[in-house]
Design a protein. Structure first.
Length: 367
């Protein structure tokens, strides 16, 4: 069930034991090599400690030459980074949309192979910032670039190389980290256009490799994985086997709601929309939270969708709450798949005027 209700914000007791009965220690100085011991200390043991006193350290076996490390995906907004991240991991760890500025934080996905482990960091699109949020997202990307082993610079095949691509290429020219240029979305254009784009991207800078891919069709994904892994250091695995992301559950739930809300909206809304998970309550174990009547044993999830204008609020809610209901139906399917149980999703829409440029609002929204 999805609640389409609208909640708008106007934005000395110490131990003094007697030690007088303690035997005197001899005045003769100790010139031996025996380590000093306090009276009452046990005699030192010869040989190793008994088995019960030893902590056994278990180190998992890994093949000789195993590689593990981090690869960062960068590019301008809507360059296909998140779709590529999902294709490389083999399952969905990042939300995707045809709208720009879909990714608002670093998303990690883990690729497990017999000879390597590749940790992908999907980053927000680098762009010319017009708000405090935009500046913070750019700063986040640049901080990430300093902490990875290889960088994948994504440029879409279906758009000409532009000022944004050249701006990022100049930034990457200053790093010592290997950079692999990746031409994405090759399934959307002809072979001739792909070849032309490969030449254009090659002229942008000095790249360790240039790889064309189609994430939606799965073309060249294994090739790109091989190329990225070749730049990783020798290392044991960084994540447990089977773990594909370190995203907290609440963050993933919020992203699923935002993904559903981004579909079919006007161009200004992707920038102005934020999603906050206010509460996740399991009625079978949590006796302190406020239960929703009629929700039964379903996991109760309360989410706020935050916009900057009342007109945007009306767009999200839709006529008679139809749009908000659609968002709830769509996102609840993904959330139930994520948590593995039925969910009662309670959505609310509120306005926080110009939150993208308000430091206090950004802090409350987690930016």
């Amino acid at each position: 069930m999805t609640n389409t209700s609208d909640t708008s914000d106007t934005p000395d007791t110490s131990d003094t034991s007697d030690t007088s009965d303690t035997p005197d220690t001899p005045d003769t100085p100790d010139t031996s090599d025996t380590p000093f011991r306090f009276p009452g200390d046990a005699e030192p043991m010869d040989g190793p400690p008994p088995a019960a006193a030893r902590a056994e350290l278990v180190v998992p076996e890994v093949p000789e030459g195993f590689r593990a490390g981090f690869a960062c995906l960068v590019g301008r907004p809507n360059a296909g980074k998140s779709t590529l991240t999902n294709a490389l991991v083999g399952t969905k760890v990042a939300i995707t949309s045809g709208r720009p500025q879909t990714t608002r934080h670093n998303v990690r996905g883990v690729v497990h192979r017999d000879d390597s482990q590749l940790v992908l960091v999907d980053t927000p699109g680098l762009h010319r910032p017009r708000t405090l949020l935009g500046k913070r997202l750019n700063d986040l990307v640049r901080e990430t670039l300093a902490d990875v082993d290889v960088i994948a610079f994504c440029v879409p095949a279906n758009e000409r190389v532009g000022p944004g691509d050249r701006f990022i290429a100049r930034d990457l020219a200053e790093t010592r980290t290997p950079v692999v240029a990746v031409v994405t979305k090759t399934d959307t254009v002809s072979r001739e256009a792909v070849a032309a784009q490969l030449l254009a991207v090659d002229r942008l800078g000095e790249w360790a490799d240039v790889v064309p891919v189609s994430a939606s069709r799965g073309r060249q994904i294994d090739v790109l994985t091989d190329v990225l892994v070749s730049h990783l250091p020798s290392s044991p695995p960084l994540y447990p086997t089977g773990e594909i992301t370190d995203e907290p559950q609440a963050v993933m739930i919020g992203e699923l709601v935002r993904e559903a809300a981004l579909e079919g909206v006007r161009d200004e809304l992707p920038h102005s929309l934020a999603v906050v998970v206010d509460e996740i309550l399991d009625p079978t174990t949590d006796t302190t939270g406020s239960r929703v009547k009629g929700a039964g044993a379903r996991l109760q999830v309360r989410v706020s969708l935050v916009v900057e204008r009342d007109s945007q609020k009306a767009i999200i809610i839709g006529r008679g709450g139809s749009r908000l209901k659609e968002i709830g139906i769509t996102s609840r399917k993904g959330i139930e798949k994520l948590v593995g149980r039925r969910v009662y999703l309670d959505l609310h829409v509120r306005t926080a005027k110009d939150w993208q440029s308000d430091p206090k609002a950004l802090a409350r929204l987690g930016f």
